[in-house]
Ligand binder design. Structure first.
Ligand code: FEO
Ligand code: CA
Ligand code: CA
Ligand code: CA
Length: 677
């Protein structure tokens, strides 16, 4: 997320605090080794340029093994298959969506759209209460996926399906008719119905949609529509199920919790379910006492962002956001452990609205942006990747213990397996470090850290078991020696080559002394996109080869591989802070931004890239103040759904005085063709 100025709560500079003080610096040891694939940034960015070139000169020699373009699978691909057939759109600061000539964009499913139950009408003055919001589409649309309605029967409808999307957070001012009533102005409490509405505006919407004969999409009002909110009962599975540190008065046996929060990006599973990510969940809790390591390393502070724990009814569903241990209390009598039930990937089966969502804890507990699966093969483990979006945090991989079989696959595959964290070596190689006490190397590092008594300034006396490792995923990754990244956001897997791409959105706090091959820019304000190929094209492999796909920036920013300029950004494709990332079904890469909307970039945007040639063209520009996040098409690639989050004015309807409404944008080609081709 960005654009914190639309919501005064986000003015808090500690909103996304740097909580990794482990100073993992694996690169300093390898700077003198030969780089096999050297990707550097050149451009008009002053100090950043100098730092990158400095690293290159100090660390790099020439190499003869590498292919000259740095494109790992370049020779295997027909660049025409993923060519970009549209005319790039210019940057824009208009309060409207811009798409290329020959395309049409239409807003759909704005915040407040009636969705379930009595289908309560949305009032333009935002005077709907909490009960209405529980039956309406939530706010701040983010990750989105289209499930064809006939998918469970093996079909691939492009005219009817379940559109499932996240609602990451809220614009409190826009959510309520007259803005939020703050506790400090109201005797230390907040009106419970405002809190109820705020919790209900979070979570996920499952929307049954259908296209009519005129090509117009609408909601189908039936029982498949669903709201999962910050209050929905959710099961806990995997290694943290039943663990003592997840015991709460709500679930004394630590098997359930209520709600999913700050749902950013997502992942569609190979078995047709939706995984929603819990990103900046730490900010919803307050602990006025001393905080355990599983809160400190994740940024839980002494006050919560929205003061939900201060709801004036004092109901259990609200006071749980205060995780301060009560004197002489216990985990069964106060909510000291509530924050330990957040920070996960949460599985929702959109075709089974009667089933509880499930927190799949084996995928780790951190600031999950989303998750992306490697290609599945019969009889082989399932592999997925997930980034932790905070400055200097890590990229993770999960490999299931159980093999995948299409006929029987389900979410339980995600309950047992090994979680790994990435180390990017400067020579273009990388390793997956297991976070498992069964691994002798990891166990030895844990024991050494416990003997030192501290990890990155956080007191540490060891993990009591593997559940404790997963609860403290970030700390475990610090100990393993992972590479701190420039805020990993979305990942995407190339459907043709199997290469994995991740956006590294920005990290203005990276110092010169903290640069490395994979994060080579000091004060990285514009971000870059990294990618890797697993060794032997096997996603279960413990190693990989990486390179940098592109550095974002202004006109003239160059991505240089072994002294060749592979990308030089122009008016057609300048961008900053790449965030959303998705490979469409034909292998084109879609890049969405959540960055500065000052000149020269103006409003946030979406670009398309040809992964073979690295040609990049701007396809879409959002309205003022928004980020563009979440994209998917129907299986025929002819209808595209793009999410607009936190527009700042009267978008999309443009009536003076309107509350801004997050919405999906439907993009089609006027000739009915494939989007982007
Ligand atoms: Fe919710 Fe990292 O963006
Ligand atoms: Ca966001
Ligand atoms: Ca972002
Ligand atoms: Ca994001």
């Amino acid at each position: 997320m960005a654009k914190h100025d639309v919501d005064p709560n986000y003015l808090d500079p500690n909103y996304e605090p740097v909580v990794n003080h482990s100073e993992n610096t694996p690169f300093h040891e390898v700077l003198s080794t030969r780089m096999q694939r050297r990707t550097v940034m050149k451009g008009t960015v002053g100090a950043a340029l100098a730092s990158v070139m400095g690293l290159g000169l100090a660390g790099c020699g020439s190499d003869s093994d590498d292919d000259s373009t740095g494109d790992i699978n370049a020779e295997a691909r027909d660049p025409q298959a993923t060519a970009l057939g549209f005319k790039a759109v210019p940057v824009s600061n208009a309060n409207t969506v811009v798409v290329p000539e020959g395309y049409t964009a239409e807003a759909f499913l704005p915040w407040g759209t009636p969705l379930t139950g009595s289908y309560p009408e949305f009032f333009a003055d935002a005077s709907n209460g909490g009960a209405d919001q529980e039956q309406q589409v939530g706010m701040h649309h983010d990750g989105v996926h289209f499930f064809p309605i006939d998918l469970p029967a093996g079909g691939n409808s492009s005219s009817e399906g379940l559109l499932v999307m996240n609602h990451e957070y809220i614009n409190q001012k826009a959510l309520h008719a007259n803005g939020p009533v703050k506790a400090q102005d109201n005797g230390g409490v907040r009106p419970a119905d405002q809190v109820r509405k705020e919790i209900a505006a979070h979570g996920v919407s499952v929307v049954h949609i259908k296209r009519d004969g005129n090509g117009v999409w609408d909601v189908v009002r039936n029982g498949l529509n669903r709201r999962v909110t910050g209050g929905t009962e959710i099961d806990i599975s995997g290694p943290l199920k039943g663990y003592s540190k997840l015991v709460t008065p709500f679930s004394p046996n630590a098997t359930a919790t209520r709600g999913t929060l700050n749902n950013c990006a997502m992942g569609a599973t190979p078995w047709g379910t939706y995984l929603t990510a819990e990103e900046n969940w730490h900010g919803y809790f307050a602990n006025k006492g001393s905080r355990p390591k599983e809160q400190v390393r994740h940024g839980v502070g002494s006050a919560s962002r929205y003061d939900w724990e201060l709801a004036d009814t004092g109901e259990d569903q609200y006071i749980r956001f205060d995780v301060t241990p009560v004197e002489n209390g216990s985990a069964e009598t106060d909510y000291r452990n509530e924050a330990n039930t957040f920070g996960f990937m949460v599985e929702i089966d959109p075709f089974s609205p009667e089933t509880n969502p499930v927190k799949r804890t084996a995928l780790g507990r951190f600031g999950h942006e989303g998750v992306i699966f490697g290609p599945v093969e019969e009889g082989k483990p399932v592999v997925c990747y997930s980034g932790d979006d905070s400055r200097f945090e890590y990229i993770y991989k999960f490999v299931s213990d159980q093999p995948y079989y299409a006929d029987t696959a389900n979410g339980s595959l995600l309950d047992t397996g090994t979680l790994y964290v990435a180390r990017f070596n400067d020579d273009g190689s990388g390793e997956w470090l297991p976070l498992s006490l069964d691994d002798a190397g990891f166990k030895a590092k844990v024991d050494a850290a416990a003997a030192r008594g501290t990890v990155g300034g956080i007191g540490f006396n060891g993990f009591e078991n593997q559940a404790d490792v997963i609860l403290n995923t970030r700390l475990a990754a610090d100990i393993a020696g992972a590479t701190p990244m420039d805020r990993p956001e979305w990942g995407a897997v190339d459907p043709v080559s199997g290469e994995v791409y991740f956006t590294l959105t920005n990290n203005s706090e990276r110092l010169e002394s903290q640069t490395n091959g994979a994060n080579p820019v000091a004060g990285n304000t514009t971000g870059h996109i990294i990618r890797w190929t697993p060794a032997g094209d096997d996603h279960t492999s413990g190693s990989f080869d990486w390179d940098i796909f592109v550095f974002a920036g202004e006109q003239g920013t160059e991505t240089v591989v072994d002294d060749q300029v592979i990308v030089a950004l122009t008016d057609d494709n300048i961008f900053n802070s790449p965030d959303g990332l998705w490979f469409d079904y034909n292998g084109r890469l879609w890049i969405q931004t959540d960055g500065s909307d000052d000149a020269p970039y103006q409003n946030n945007m979406m670009l398309a890239a040809n992964p073979v040639t690295r040609e990049i063209k701007r396809f879409f520009v959002g309205p003022q103040g928004c980020e563009v996040t979440g994209v998917v098409t129907t299986p025929d690639s002819k209808t595209m759904f793009v999410n607009i989050q936190h527009p700042e004015k009267d978008w999309p309807f443009g009536t003076e005085g309107d509350h801004p409404r997050d919405a999906v944008v439907i993009v089609t080609r006027d000739d009915g063709g494939v989007i982007g081709a």
